[in-house]
Design a protein around this ligand. Structure first.
Ligand code: RIB
Length: 312
């Protein structure tokens, strides 16, 4: 039987209120647009947790949900997908996180998150979650930064790789004094917030990666560049892994969450081949953008293998 890697993901869970619009309103403008509206499971943490599980890891998801209908629905959804929910806590002080996702006809999106219960994740929640003895830990920044920093410290103290999806970005995040992580992965706009450099081609990506490497201790920095692929910096040199052309661009929501989770699963599975892992992440991201929704767009392990076989 395949020996699945257990990955502990500490992160956010949101209900997404998604609206399809032709264009976003200008300041002060009210738009009427019947392009469609839906409540769907989302949250950067949850999307990546679901991706880890669907792509072949055993994911233990540590998050906080509100005592409301959204929280109940999300919990049931995680259970149905087979996630280990033993580290999910119900918060009686705050509602479940809510994200308003405005999707423009171009496929681009704009997101505003009300953190709700995500803001109340505690150090104790994290310590309890690590009792599952994970093979790796995974975190993003849609939870309080000190909690994310605790995940990085605890993972390092246990000698396991820690994968950081550096989203959302904030200039307030301070990585000084934190131990080395395995992979630190922002997208282009997050990289621009952290470094002031927008990574458009090889030279600017290398400049941004060098700047990030002075900020964060990481074995690998992987800058997600959407249709341009991904830029890997290993502390000595940089390399671009090209993207795959998606079958269609339907909805980019959660494509970055799927990419980094896919990278982490494949890296743990293939013994640390970062180039193969990033290529696998690019395939998962290309499939995700061709489908509607956040977590609903995430492919399975079989789908990614089939996609890669077709695109060889
Ligand atoms: O990355 C996409 C996610 O960002 C959405 O699902 C939304 O909940 C926000 O967290």
């Amino acid at each position: 039987m395949e020996n699945k890697k257990r990955i502990l993901l500490v992160g956010s869970a949101n209900m997404d209120l998604s609206m399809n619009v032709l264009r976003c309103p200008a300041p002060g403008e009210t738009l009427i647009d019947d392009g469609g509206v839906a409540y769907t499971p989302g949250g950067k943490g949850a999307n990546s947790a679901i991706a880890l599980q669907k792509l072949g890891a055993e994911c233990v998801f540590c998050t906080r949900l509100g005592p409301d209908l959204h929280g109940q629905k999300l919990f049931g959804y995680y259970k149905e997908l087979g996630l280990d929910t033993s580290a999910i806590r119900v918060d009686h002080e705050a509602p479940t996180g809510l994200a308003v996702v405005i999707k423009e006809a171009s496929g681009q999106n704009r997101i505003v998150v009300y953190p709700g219960a995500n803001a109340n994740l505690t150090a104790d929640n994290v310590s309890e979650a690590f009792a599952c003895a994970p093979d790796a830990a995974y975190v993003n920044f849609e939870i309080p930064f000190p909690i994310a920093a605790q995940v990085i410290r605890t993972g390092a103290a246990r000698g396991i790789p820690v994968f950081v999806d550096a989203a959302p970005a904030s200039k307030e995040h301070s990585f000084a004094g934190l131990p080395e992580v395995e992979v630190f992965s922002p997208n282009e706009s997050e990289t621009a917030i952290y470094t002031g450099v927008t990574p458009l081609g090889y030279n600017t990506a290398l400049q941004a990666a060098l700047s990030l490497s002075r900020m964060v201790k990481a074995k690998y920095i992987v800058i997600k560049q959407g249709e341009r692929g991904a830029f890997i910096y290993d502390g000595k040199s940089g390399k671009i892994v090209p993207s795959f052309r998606p079958d269609a661009v339907v909805d980019t929501t959660a494509a970055g969450d799927a990419f980094t989770a896919a990278l982490a699963v494949e890296y743990m599975r293939n013994g640390g081949d970062i180039y193969a892992a990033v290529r696998y992440g690019c395939a998962a991201g290309a499939i995700a953008v061709s489908r509607k929704g956040a977590s609903s767009s995430i492919p399975t392990e079989e789908e990614v293998r089939a996609f890669l076989a077709r695109r060889r």
